[in-house]
Structures are given as structure tokens and as C-alpha cells.
Ligand binder design. Structure first.
Ligand SMILES: *Cc1c(COP(=O)(O)O)cnc(C)c1O
Length: 366
């Protein structure tokens, strides 16, 4: 049995008729940008998250840039961001005019902590991008307690919780991505800004529409960054399934434990007080490179996502001079994503575990 790294098709298959009907309704309605579907989805997502405002935008990268701008981040400012994350977490910073400053992460949770952020603070620090990596919530309240505004990049963590609160709404400002392989993925690009702050929400609404409030006068240089009506209509069908899918992800994580996988490799540790909805199942092992070759050869999805961490990426070199991040470097070398999806069950967990065991023994996998 082949086990893919992720599966975006099977979970949505039972919803096909409902999705088709909503797409047809949008086509019949004739409104495609910033219409009733986006407004309804924003309200429904805010209710799900227990958040005051949701502003839907074109993707999760724009969501970070616009959230930072709405917080007043601009030229001359610094924004602290972990180097062990997807490129977009940092790429979203320079368009505001601010400079990314890379910080390290905790080796067990793979996330930023108040301590790793503190080490990167300077008098110019204007904000922190705290990433809920692979679905594991970042300790956002502890980072906010440093007194610096936080943008919680929850792109990989829709449906997770920390201390009873939902990710993306752990602090004052959060962002989500609806890229198809994320926990709540649409059928294209999409993203959202989540905030408790009325002024941030108002500015974000302005920035997503060319810096205009009324669509005739232009107060700021903004962006053209909206979620489509079609994607919003689809997301309204998917959102009510999210908690069930997240339960499935947690069950898959438990199935790996039952199969004995954690005797062979070390899973990403949950942040204290967290219930992670694992966007990806990522493990640490000195044999990551070997497994990355051997598992796919045995039909098992496996991939190192961030082998070159952000402070070693060419485009970010201007902001990485002299930066030393030992934990990031070690995780970059030793992490490995293995299959995860809401329907992954005991049989697949046992199959993956057997393939890992065989590869580590140097056997040809069955
Ligand atoms: C996917 C992702 C983003 C960007 O989201 P897009 O919708 O693809 O622009 C940002 N940060 C992290 C951590 C991500 O995984």
C-alpha cells in the first residue's frame, strides 16, 4: 500500500455535490469579487475562531504583509521571524519596507519561543512574526508579553488550539492561508487576517482594496488582494468540516504512537497547553536524508521541507549577515515530514512504521 505525504482529494470527496451547488449559485449570482460569499465567510470564520474580525485576502503571504502594514510596520523598522519556516513568513516582511531579523527556534517544538525572540530584539523591533509550525501553536501570549506586537502566522495550523483559544486568534493579529494543502484549503489561493483590533481590521480592509475605503478616493498605496467569491463559497462548505478533519489528524498522530513509530524517530513536541491539529507530521532523526531516499522508494511520502533555512536563502542574504542559528541548522538537517491527512488510520501508520524500521535496518523495504 502506497501512503502519500498528504491527501487533498479524499477528505473533500463526500462534499462534492454541495460544492458543485455552491459554485453554480455563485455563477448564477454574477458577483465575483467582494460580494456576499466573502462577507458571509468572514463572519463564519470569525465565529469559529472566536475572533472579532476576519478580513479575507488573496493568499496567506499577502495576509502577513497587510497585517504588518496595518500594525504600522514600515521603512526603518525590524520584524523578528524564525528562520525555520516556509519562505513566505519572511518574504512578506520587505514589501512593508521593514527588515526581517532572523531568530532561532526550540529544538523540541520546532517553534519560536519568548527566549529565542528576545535574543533578536533591538530598539528598532516593531513586530514579531510567530509561526505555528506544522500545526503546532507558537506560545503567542508569552511572546506578546515581551511588549512587541505579534503577527501569528497560522497558515499551517487552522483548527489547532492553545490554552482553549484557536490558532490565528491566539493574540491580537493572526493570519491564515487557504492554499489547497493546508488544514482548511480551498481550490486555489486564499488567505485571511484575523484580529481583535478594530483599527487593524479597518486598515486591512483598506489595504486589500488599493488603499481605498470608498473605491473612488485613494488614501494609501495598497494591494489588490481579495479572496474570490468562488473560493469563499467553497470555503463555506469546508469550514464546518474543519474540526472533524482536525480530530482525524490528531487520531493519525496517535496511530503513529500506537504503531511504535516514536521508538524509531522523534515527533515534533506539542507546545505546553496545546492541542495541535498537525498540518504536517514532522519528525527529527539523524537519518533524515537516508529516510528521505528510502521511504519514497517504498511508496511512502517523505520530504524535508526546509533543508535550506531562511537565513541561508539567497534572496534573504542581505538580512542574514553574521546570523548564527544552531538549532535551526540542526533541524534543517534532521527534520522529515511523513504522511499526514485527516483519514490516515492504523493500517497506514503501521505501513509507514514498518517502512521506517526496514530503512533504518538498511533492508530493502517491503
Ligand atoms: C503556506 C504558508 C504561507 C503562505 O501562504 P500562501 O497562501 O501560500 O501565500 C505563509 N506561512 C507559512 C508558514 C506557510 O506554510
Amino acid at each position: 500500500m502506497a501512503v502519500p505525504l498528504f491527501d487533498t482529494k479524499r477528505p473533500v470527496a463526500p462534499l462534492r455535490a454541495a460544492i458543485d451547488a455552491r459554485i453554480a449559485a455563485v455563477l448564477d449570482g454574477g458577483a465575483f469579487i467582494l460580494g456576499p460569499e466573502v462577507a458571509a465567510f468572514e463572519a463564519e470564520l470569525a465565529a469559529y475562531l472566536g475572533a472579532r474580525h476576519v478580513v479575507a485576502v488573496a493568499n496567506g503571504t499577502d495576509a502577513i504583509t497587510i497585517a504588518l502594514q496595518a500594525l504600522g510596520v514600515g521603512p526603518g523598522d525590524e520584524v523578528v521571524v524564525p528562520a525555520f519556516t516556509f519562505y513566505a513568513s519572511a518574504e512578506a516582511i520587505p514589501p512593508t519596507g521593514a527588515a526581517p531579523v532572523f531568530c532561532d527556534v526550540d529544538g523540541e517544538t520546532m517553534n519560536v519561543t519568548a527566549e529565542t525572540v528576545k535574543a533578536a530584539l533591538t530598539p528598532r523591533t516593531k513586530a514579531v512574526v510567530a509561526v505555528d509550525l506544522f500545526g503546532n501553536p507558537a506560545p503567542v501570549p508569552e511572546i506578546e508579553a515581551l511588549g512587541i506586537p505579534v503577527v501569528e502566522d497560522a497558515a499551517q495550523a487552522a483548527g489547532s488550539r492553545l490554552g482553549g483559544r484557536r490558532t490565528a486568534a491566539l493574540g491580537t493579529v493572526g493570519t491564515l492561508s487557504f492554499f489547497p494543502s493546508k488544514n482548511l484549503g480551498c481550490f486555489g489561493d486564499g488567505g485571511a487576517i484575523v484580529t481583535e483590533d478594530d483599527a487593524v481590521a479597518e486598515l486591512a480592509r483598506t489595504y486589500r482594496f488599493h488603499g481605498s475605503r470608498d473605491k473612488v478616493s485613494y488614501e494609501r498605496i495598497g494591494w489588490n488582494s481579495r479572496l474570490d467569491e468562488l473560493q469563499a463559497a467553497i470555503l463555506r462548505v469546508l469550514l464546518p468540516e474543519l474540526d472533524r478533519w482536525c480530530d482525524g489528524r490528531r487520531a493519525a498522530h496517535a496511530a503513529y504512537a500506537d504503531a511504535g513509530l516514536w521508538e524509531l524517530v522523534t515527533p515534533q513536541a506539542q507546545t505546553n497547553g496545546a492541542e495541535a491539529a498537525w498540518g504536517l507530521q514532522v519528525v527529527r532523526t539523524p537519518h533524515a536524508r537516508l529516510l528521505e531516499q528510502a521511504l519514497p522508494a517504498a511508496g511512502i511520502g517523505a520530504r524535508g521541507y526546509y533543508r535550506t533555512p531562511l537565513h541561508r536563502q539567497q534572496a534573504l542574504a542581505p538580512w542574514a549577515q553574521g546570523v548564527e542559528l544552531p538549532v535551526t541548522d540542526e533541524l534543517a538537517d534532521r527534520h522529515l515530514a511523513i504522511p499526514m491527512n485527516p483519514l490516515l488510520g492504523a493500517a497506514e501508520a503501521e505501513e509507514v512504521t514498518a517502512a521506517v524500521r526496514a530503512a533504518l535496518r538498511g533492508e530493502a523495504a517491503a
